[in-house]
Design a binder for this molecule. Structure first.
Ligand SMILES: *Cc1c(COP(=O)(O)O)cnc(C)c1O
Length: 370
């Protein structure tokens, strides 16, 4: 039992069905992304009364396994769900750290507000990560760039078909050993420009991290795959085709003259923790970082004229990934054979260095979990 600042204690029911050491070693040798899960899960339940006031209770670590859920649970009908994603790294001395998890806690509560889900005390969020990592720390792979991906999520469990916020909610965390997101060596990716679909609209849920946004991105992603691309770029067609972001990553443009440009947060873009970190690291190294509108025409012209020298995507899962080309219905921008850019790779190395404890952490971004 552990006291947290909010008074919530996590009880612990350990799994009697843990994977064997050999099974675990096999997974950790080649974890991939999101395929394997650890032996436990963290859970906290929420119950509200008809007056809307409620409380979190029954914080616990329990064996990983199926979730009992009523067939009428409102998440299954109206999609009231949000999630977060961050990584825990095992440093050379065996200690375990996560990167800017406080930002994820804050963002989850922002998403919760938009999806009419309850606020989770940030201390409970952080404690759930500590508790889960403590029981499952043998699952953290230690190969180059490897980590334990942590997935907190919150969803509506009340059995009720009327349309209103659920009075019963479950918060959970699962953990998954993670290797390189795109697999193999770091090669610039090809991105498909979606003209038939938008990711988000004004006043919608684009700046909330909710499952519904991802469900809506699957049809465009299938379109991308038909064109040999793994990811989709979304524009704002009502704003001069301003570049927004990929389905799950923010984008940056490196200019020849030292400018580093990323689309300004407009309410339809998800504010990535990696995005904020790249902005800070860019400023630290004297780049002229600009958060502003950048249109697809500026991208095309910039690449043609040589003013834009590198484009990259960033997010927790893939960290920083160079974009080689943007494929569109009327011609391609860039080249599939582009080499990863210098600024892209240097920012990537620095960010990974901070996360893995190999580079200085000047902004105090690491939080110790175990
Ligand atoms: C999670 C996410 C990102 C990246 O955010 P990070 O905090 O950097 O992982 C970017 N765009 C969307 C739509 C996302 O859901």
């Amino acid at each position: 039992m552990t006291e947290t600042a909010t008074g919530l204690e996590f009880s612990r029911q350990l799994s009697s069905n843990r994977k064997t050491e050999e099974q675990r070693a096999e997974v950790l040798a080649d974890p991939g992304f999101g395929n394997h899960f650890t032996d436990h899960t963290a859970v906290v339940d929420y119950t509200a009364g008809p007056d809307g006031h409620g409380s979190w209770h029954d914080a616990r670590i329990e064996p990983y396994g199926p979730i009992p859920l009523d067939p009428a649970a409102s998440v299954l009908h109206y999609g009231q769900e949000i999630f977060e994603g961050m990584k825990a790294y095992k440093h050379d001395d065996g200690s375990v750290w996560t990167f800017r998890a406080e930002s994820n806690a804050t963002r989850m509560n922002r998403s919760a507000r938009r999806l009419a889900l309850p606020q989770l005390p940030e201390e409970t969020f952080l404690e759930s990560l500590r508790q889960l990592v403590e029981v499952d720390k043998d699952w953290i792979p230690t190969g180059e760039g490897d980590s334990l991906y942590l997935r907190p999520y919150m969803f509506a469990t009340e059995a009720f078909l009327g349309v209103r916020p659920s009075r019963e909610v479950s918060y959970r965390v699962i953990a998954s050993p993670a290797g390189n997101y795109f697999g193999g060596e770091l090669k610039p990716v090809s991105i498909w420009l979606s003209r038939n679909y938008a990711r988000a609209g004004r006043g919608g849920t684009g700046n909330a991290k909710c499952g519904g946004n991802y469900a809506a991105s699957l049809a465009p992603q299938m379109e991308a795959e038909e064109h040999g691309c793994k990811q989709v770029l979304f524009l704002d067609p009502f704003n001069d085709d301003a570049v927004e972001e990929l389905g799950g990553m923010n984008v940056f443009f490196v200019f020849k003259d030292g400018r580093l440009v990323t689309p300004a947060l407009s309410g339809t873009i998800l504010e990535g923790v990696t995005r904020s970190s790249v902005i800070q690291l860019g400023k630290d190294r004297g780049l002229d970082v600009q958060e502003r509108k950048i249109t697809i025409d500026e991208w095309e012209d910039g690449v043609k004229s040589g003013e834009i020298t590198e484009v990259f995507a960033c997010g927790t899962a893939a960290v920083i990934t160079p974009i080689g080309e943007l494929k569109t219905e009327n011609g391609d921008i860039g080249s599939p054979d582009a080499k990863p850019g210098e600024v892209t790779m240097s920012l990537r190395e620095q960010l990974l260095g901070i996360q893995t404890g190999k580079a200085e952490d000047p902004h105090g971004w690491l939080t110790r979990l175990a």
